[in-house]
Each structure stands twice: as structure tokens, then as C-alpha cells.
Ligand binder design. Structure first.
Ligand code: H79
Length: 449
């Protein structure tokens, strides 16, 4: 009896010491976010009157009065070469499945024909919007609707960005880079929040966006509102609820009031988390360090390799990638943006099966040579550094039965391999099939639950 007991004890000990190699369980994805979670890749567009200065979307901050900015910048905004179809074509060819464009950024210029009375110029007579304040818009052009229509036609989902802070609105003013705006009175605060909600209702009614992407909420404040800390957690919770009453299936990011767990997903900005987060997430990133168009950004585009590997890294941690373009003042994209989109598209043409609908790295830790994604019974080995030895060492899913191993760019041909313990040694060609990320598919016939 004693002997049996100690054998059992030894067995239990042994099992508990074995490395955990089962497929990691992901968080549940709600029904309305299913498409978003499978999409994995979207286009962010920062476009507003600031684009013509080539100084980014923060160009107004601390440099122009409301009046100056309105007259010298917004009133002459004339993006005559803006062509929604071209932009959506580039997005689609890149493999992007959704698009989010700035309806209103911090400087407060409405890119749609808002009828909410308090969004006015400094004289209080003209509506401060593309249609109410520019010759371009007064002819009836509506760049948001043009994009929405192009998206519908191409089968992309359409989303809008909306800034909670508003450097132009009469309720508040720019107040430095820690608080961003300051309210003039508590009554002004109440009235602004009401009007902001009216604008959001307009946006939902006009464009029926699939995503509402908030920003300008940085206070992370869980207290009673003051003139400086005027946007608090409670306001974010109320805003989130309000959006769902306007449109039950709309997807709302966490920036209704960030870092309180509100909203449908987290949005790390310009960074990739080291591991999957505890709920759905999306990294938003620039191609060149700038959101709104900048002259210096034009010469500062990241390498295609970096873009593709960042994208794959995000997907390997079960995130989405929202990659930004900042069209120029005339509405056209610069060469760097176009080249990047075309380059990613060429890679996606061959490798997108390893991206759409795929899950996190089932092993947790990244392999030394790259990343893993997984979908159904396939583990995709994304090889950033191709082996010089002709052998790739990959991790096997414990007790999984391997069916076949092949290159995603040449799926007819089977690769030779051997398995020892949990290491699969795969014989691969001498040269990397893709200089940015080659994908080896390890297909299983069964994977234990
Ligand atoms: O819309 C884009 C940015 O304008 C907005 N979010 C993305 C999606 C944003 N990014 N960071 N911030 C807002 C917070 C402000 C950061 C700042 Fe600065 C750093 C303010 C002052 C220093 C960046 C550099 C903006 C102005 C100078």
C-alpha cells in the first residue's frame, strides 16, 4: 500500500512539473465583436484642416488662438484631391478590413455638417465644420460620407474617431499638456457634454459607424469633476452606455475614460504589449511617427519589415493592428504611406491565412526566430530570422498528431520533419521564401483539448 501511494505521489509530482503546452484559453469575444476580432487589421486616418500645415494634428496647441486657427488654417482648408475610393482601395489591397477616420480631433473642427448650435466660430455666427466654414465643404462635399460609401462598396467596416476634449468649443480652452483643456464653468461643462452627445447622435444617425473610437480623455480621474479635471470615470461610463443606446452593436474603445476597464477593448498607443491583454485589444500605430501629416514624417517611414513584423507580433498576442495614414492637405497620401500599404498587401496576398481569425501563440513564449499564430488545427510559424542550417526548430503541441508541414507560400509541397520530445525539427529550403516574414504551417490532424 505504502509503495503504491509513493508511486502515485511521484507521478503527480512528475505531471505537475511537466511544462504546460496546451493551447491557451483566450477571453470570450462578444457576438458584436466577432467580425472585429477576426479582422485583425484596420486603417486609421488622421485628417483635418491641420493637414495642410504639415505639422501634425497638434499644430494648434499652444501656438494659435481659436480665432487665429479658424481664420488662418481651417477656413482655407481645401482638400480638392481627396479621393475616398483611392484610399479605400489601398486599404483593401493592404488586407485591412476596417477603417477609422477622425470626425473631430482635439482642435474641434467638425469634419461633418454638424447642426449642433454651440459648435461655432469665434464670432458665434458660423458653424465650425467642413460644410459650415470652408468653401470646399459648402459645395456639399462630405469626405466622411464619401469614405463610408467607398467602404460599403469595398466591404470594409467604417468607424469614426471623436475627441472628448475640444480646444475650440466656447465651454473650454487649451490648458497645457497635462490637462489639455480647462472648462470655464461647471454649467459650461454640463452644456458641452450634452452637446457632445448630440454630435455623437448626429454621427450615428448619418454614418451608422461600426466603431466609435474616442480619444482626449487622459485624466484617468475617479472623483467629482472640477474645472480642470472635468472628465471623470463616471462620465466615461455614462458615455459608453449612451453609445449603446444609440447603436446596440457599435464597438466602443476604452477611451471613453481610459484605464478603468470601460469600453469594449483596450487600445495601446504606439506600442505592442509584451503578452496578450486580459480582454480584446488593438494597437494603434503610425507608419512614420506622425498621426496628422508632417513634412518630417514623410522622410521618416519605418521599413516594411518593421511594419509586417509589428503586425504579426500584435496578432501573435491576439490583438488587432490599426495602422495610421495622415493624408496631405490636398487629400492625397504621400509616397511612404502608399508604398507601405502596397508592401503589406503583397505579403498579405500570400500569408493572410495566418492572420485573419487567428489566435495567440499557443505556447506563450516567442520562439527565438520569430512568432507563432494559430487557427483551428494549424500552427503558423512566422520566421523573421530564417535558419542558416536548413533546419527550423519549432515547438510541438503536446499529444497533438501532426498531419503535414509546409510553407504557406508553397502549400503543395510537404516539408520533411522529425519530432523529439516537444521539438519538431523541420527541413526547410536554404533561402527564406520572404525577406520580411516567411510562414511555415504545422498542420495537425488532432489537438487534445
Ligand atoms: O490622435 C492621435 C494623437 O493626437 C492622440 N492619440 C492619437 C491616436 C494623442 N496621442 N498622445 N496624446 C494624444 C497625448 C499627448 C501627448 C503629448 Fe505631445 C506629448 C502632448 C505633449 C507631449 C505629442 C507630442 C503631442 C504633442 C507633442
Amino acid at each position: 500500500m505504502k509503495k503504491i501511494c509513493s508511486v502515485i505521489l511521484a507521478l503527480v509530482l512528475l505531471i505537475s512539473l511537466l511544462p504546460l503546452r496546451s493551447v491557451s484559453a483566450a477571453y470570450a469575444i462578444p457576438e458584436n465583436m466577432q467580425w472585429w476580432s477576426e479582422a485583425r487589421f484596420g486603417m486609421f486616418i488622421h485628417f483635418g484642416s491641420y493637414a495642410q500645415l504639415g505639422y501634425g494634428e497638434w499644430a494648434m496647441a499652444g501656438k494659435y488662438s481659436k480665432e487665429d486657427w479658424q481664420i488662418k488654417v481651417s477656413s482655407i482648408f481645401n482638400p480638392t484631391n481627396f479621393d475616398a475610393k483611392t484610399i479605400v482601395d489601398y486599404a483593401k489591397k493592404a488586407g485591412m478590413k476596417y477603417l477609422v477616420i477622425t470626425a473631430k480631433h482635439h482642435e474641434g473642427f467638425s469634419m461633418w455638417d454638424t447642426q449642433v448650435a454651440s459648435f461655432k466660430d469665434y464670432t458665434g455666427t458660423k458653424t465650425y465644420s467642413l460644410q459650415g466654414f470652408t468653401a470646399f465643404g459648402s459645395t456639399g462635399r462630405d469626405v466622411l460620407m464619401e469614405l463610408k460609401n467607398a467602404c460599403d462598396e469595398a466591404g470594409l467596416k467604417f468607424g469614426l474617431y471623436y475627441s472628448i476634449i475640444d480646444w475650440n468649443h466656447s465651454s473650454q480652452e487649451y490648458y497645457g499638456t497635462t490637462n489639455f483643456t480647462k472648462m470655464f464653468s461647471m454649467e459650461a461643462r454640463e452644456a458641452y457634454i450634452k452637446d457632445m452627445k448630440k454630435q455623437l447622435k448626429e454621427l450615428v444617425t448619418l454614418y451608422d459607424p461600426a466603431i466609435m473610437w474616442f480619444d482626449g480623455d487622459w485624466l484617468e480621474y475617479d472623483g467629482a469633476p472640477t474645472l480642470v479635471k472635468w472628465w471623470a470615470k463616471k462620465d466615461g461610463q455614462a458615455l459608453y452606455k449612451y453609445m449603446k443606446t444609440l447603436s446596440p452593436n457599435i464597438i466602443v474603445n476604452e477611451r471613453v475614460s481610459r484605464n478603468f476597464g470601460i469600453g469594449d477593448y483596450e487600445c495601446p498607443e504606439q506600442k505592442i504589449p509584451a503578452a496578450p491583454l486580459k480582454r480584446p485589444w488593438e494597437t494603434n500605430m503610425t507608419m512614420n511617427g506622425s498621426w496628422g501629416y508632417t513634412t518630417w514624417g514623410e522622410k521618416n517611414y519605418k521599413k516594411l519589415k518593421t511594419e509586417i513584423q509589428d503586425f504579426v507580433t500584435v496578432v501573435s498576442r491576439e490583438g488587432n493592428f490599426l495602422l495610421n495614414i495622415g493624408p496631405k492637405g490636398d487629400g492625397t497620401m504621400d509616397t511612404g504611406a502608399k508604398d507601405t500599404l502596397v508592401g503589406i498587401g503583397k505579403w498579405m496576398d500570400i500569408y493572410s491565412n495566418s492572420i485573419y481569425g487567428s489566435n495567440r501563440n499557443p505556447f506563450g513564449k516567442d520562439p527565438v526566430w520569430g512568432r507563432y499564430t494559430q487557427k483551428d488545427k494549424k500552427v503558423y510559424a512566422h520566421v523573421f530570422t530564417w535558419p542558416t542550417t536548413g533546419k527550423l526548430e519549432a515547438t510541438a503541441i503536446a499529444k497533438g498528431k501532426i498531419k503535414r508541414i509546409y510553407l504557406l507560400n508553397d502549400s503543395e509541397k510537404t516539408l520533411k520533419y522529425s519530432v523529439s520530445k516537444d521539438i519538431i525539427k523541420i527541413t526547410v529550403p536554404k533561402n527564406a521564401p520572404d525577406e520580411n516574414d516567411s510562414v511555415v504551417v504545422i498542420e495537425y490532424s488532432s489537438i487534445p483539448k
